[in-house]
Design a protein. Structure first.
Length: 84
């Protein structure tokens, strides 16, 4: 049961992350929230609201965590290519 606006926000964040495979940071930018708020909503509130949604979000977050060093390496490569 969705009780308030904060619960609705957690659900909306979950759908966005699932649909776009976005990182917590990118989701925060889109929703104008801190990455900590996004993370808390989808890891602490969401499991109480919808176990199914939480499991889908968790899978995306784990995949993003698994490849974050690759994205960081690409960003650094682009930075030095641009300035080098």
């Amino acid at each position: 049961m969705i009780a308030n606006d904060y619960d609705k926000r957690a659900i909306n964040l979950a759908y966005y992350i699932i649909q776009t495979k976005a990182t917590v940071r990118k989701t925060g930018v889109v929703f104008n929230l801190s990455k900590s708020t996004v993370h808390n909503d989808v890891t602490k509130k969401l499991p109480k609201l919808s176990k199914e949604l939480y499991e889908q979000v968790d899978a995306v977050l784990k995949e993003n965590f698994r490849v974050k060093h690759l994205r960081g390496g690409e960003a650094t490569k682009r930075k030095y290519k641009k300035h080098g």
